[in-house]
Design a protein around this ligand. Structure first.
Ligand code: 5AD
Length: 338
């Protein structure tokens, strides 16, 4: 295994089977070697600076039926909310003022936000200063993607979730794996920085599937990959299943760093919920995504359990993060090149 890690560190692509074996190796010495290699590759290619992004979860209305997600269309227990354009812009402005250089607009697949509405939001946020806008709105007509790009959207986040086509199609009865990959391809073609990713520990995900999840990121040419543990939600078809393992998630993030030396790899909100933030930053991650959704809506965006309790202003949230990073010998990336 140690030899495989060395090979990967120098840029050799592993076979799926050997990568699967690496990910399932339980030896602590192997984990440590993998984490240290990922940390070196991150330091060499990305430096010490951490990109900090603000996510505004502006609507929890969703037409999809993902079997793992608490916001699935048929969950009648969710109190649904839709922020107004004005509320969204206010939240974005708060984030920009607090120092965040990327605003991520995320929602369920809520078609009541039209192509034009989203375009206006993107253009307004781009005018707030040197800020990148990332959209994470799921599968939409390709014309929408093209339109938003023209209005200035920089990046789009749409994960492949799990690379096994049969399982994907079973877990997403409203759509298909082929449709998902077609969206990713089109977004890249349009010049978006593509953000992909997947969950670790989804029921049915074998080590080989997990290895293929990693290799698919590379094949799709993602600029960013969000990798987070599956967290069981009791109002879903997958209720009763165990959560994904955080240590495994960190090993997967570390392997992603070896495979994609220059990619942006966040410590995802799901990792943070599980207390893995600090560790992820030492295992290859170079990005932090933090919620900037107004508190009155935050706990309604209930994709998976893990609630925000204290209501702190965004500026304080940002400064607390700066202090935490500085204690780890890291800095916030702030030189204007959002
Ligand atoms: N556990 C962890 N992550 C989840 N997501 C959705 N449901 C869950 C869950 N139960 C993730 C998916 C999706 C993103 C918005 O949230 O990866 O892309």
């Amino acid at each position: 295994m140690i030899n495989l890690i060395r090979r990967m560190e120098t840029g050799c692509e592993p076979f799926p089977e050997e990568l699967a074996a690496l990910l399932s190796d339980a030896a602590p010495a192997v984990h440590t070697t993998l984490f240290e290699a990922a940390d070196r590759v991150r330091e060499k290619n990305c430096g010490k600076a951490v990109h900090v992004r603000a996510i505004i979860e502006f609507s929890n209305v969703c037409r999809c039926e993902c079997v793992y997600c608490g916001l699935h269309a048929k969950n009648a227990n969710v109190v649904r909310y839709q922020m107004t354009e004005e509320e969204i812009l206010e939240a974005a402005w708060d984030a920009v003022e607090a120092g965040y250089q990327t605003v991520i607009l995320q929602s369920g697949e809520d078609l009541s936000y039209s192509r034009e509405t989203v375009g206006r939001l993107v253009a307004s946020i781009k005018r707030m200063g040197n800020v990148a806008v990332t959209l994470s709105l799921g599968e939409r007509p390709f014309e929408d993607y093209a339109y938003w790009r023209e209005y200035g959207a920089d990046r789009y986040l749409i994960k492949h979730e799990i690379s096994d086509e049969t399982i994907y199609n079973r877990y997403h009865p409203h759509s298909s794996f082929a449709a998902r990959l077609a969206c990713q391809r089109e977004l890249s073609r349009l010049g978006y920085e593509l953000g992909g990713g997947f969950m670790t520990g989804l029921p049915g995900q074998t080590p080989l599937i997990l290895a293929n999840d990693l290799l698919l990121l590379k094949k799709m040419g993602v600029a960013m990959a969000g990798i987070g543990p599956y967290i069981c939600h009791n109002e879903t078809a997958l209720r009763g299943n165990p959560d994904g393992d955080v240590n495994l998630t960190l090993r997967v993030v570390a392997a992603a760093r070896l495979l994609l030396p220059r990619a942006n790899l966040p410590s995802t909100t799901a990792v943070n919920v599980k207390g893995g933030l600090t560790n992820a930053l030492n295992c290859g991650a170079n990005v932090i995504m933090q919620k900037a959704t107004p508190y009155k809506y935050r706990n309604l965006y209930d994709i998976y359990p893990g609630r925000d309790s204290k209501d702190i202003p965004l500026k304080e949230q940002y400064e607390a993060l700066r202090a935490q990073l500085s204690a780890l010998g890291r800095t916030i990336y702030e030189n204007g090149d959002a």
